[in-house]
Design a protein around this ligand. Structure first.
Ligand code: 13P
Length: 256
């Protein structure tokens, strides 16, 4: 019922030329994959060239941005607006990644403004939530994600919430090789689904897609995708390697 979503967050990697090669290699390797949505999120500087390749070669890959500002235009030096992303045929936008929260002052309030604006411009936000190692050790994981979801999705209508995607990315698992066990990841994601059910409606909780992110590799994807509440993954490091990401994508197909 929920189409698996396999997304690659390339973070601050790849020049425009390198990005085009990566997406072409990936497209070749995942030819024929069905019933899985594949999204790549390159840096802003590569969006235009990848968008052109996707269109000209009719690739079954969708384009996502790693962030955006909520205003449409104006004196906001260095920022990128939803209108600019739509102009490049971007479909998805990552909002509130823990690296944005940690290094660039993103808060639940700014996440909320970005989510509101993305939906208003028909971009699908991939809203990231997740706890630090200290919070996990203090057994505060559920409280932390509850607060991030309540703040990040404040003021939305249920029909809007079912369109967006949530990514549970425990900070201690990002780029560390310390993947959450499939059971731990599924427990938190099940809890997130319950939060959505009570903050919005139970049917929305059933329909919304919730991804796991944090040290996903071709070796651990099988067990993660076996879990009932995990609808896909947001992959960092392994998505920079076409062969590895293609292997990850194929496990989405198994689940579909
Ligand atoms: P890694 O897969 O490199 O751990 O990164 C995860 C992530 O932050 C995806 O957004």
């Amino acid at each position: 019922m929920r189409t698996p979503l396999m997304a690659g967050n390339w973070k601050m990697n790849k020049t425009a030329g390198q990005a085009v090669h990566l997406v072409q290699d990936l497209a070749e390797l995942i030819k024929g994959v069905k019933d899985v949505e594949v999204v790549v999120c390159p840096p802003f500087t590569a969006l235009k060239s990848i968008s052109t390749v996707i269109e000209l070669d009719r690739l079954a890959i969708k384009l996502g941005a790693q962030d955006m500002y909520w205003e449409e235009k104006g004196a906001f030096t260095g920022e990128i607006s939803p209108i600019m992303l739509k102009d490049l045929r971007v479909d998805y936008v990552i909002v509130g990644h823990s690296e944005r929260r940690q290094y660039f002052g993103e808060t639940d309030e700014t996440v909320n403004k970005k989510v509101r604006s993305a939906l208003d411009h028909e971009l699908i936000p991939i809203v990231c939530v997740g706890e630090t190692l200290e919070e996990r050790e203090r057994e505060e994981t559920n409280i932390v994600v509850e607060k991030q979801i309540a703040g990040g999705l404040a003021g939305l209508d249920p029909f809007e919430v079912e369109k967006l995607v949530i990514a549970y990315e425990p900070i201690w698992a990002i780029g560390t090789g310390a993947t959450a066990t499939p059971e731990v990841a599924n427990d938190v994601i099940r809890h997130i689904r319950a939060i959505i059910g009570s903050q919005f409606t139970p049917p929305v909780a059933k329909r919304i897609r919730i991804l796991y992110g944090g040290s996903v590799t071709p070796e651990n994807i099988d067990d993660l995708m076996d879990e009932p509440d995990i609808d896909g993954v947001l992959v960092g490091g392994a998505s920079l390697d076409a062969e590895k990401f293609a292997r990850i994508v194929r496990f989405g197909e198994h689940q579909a």
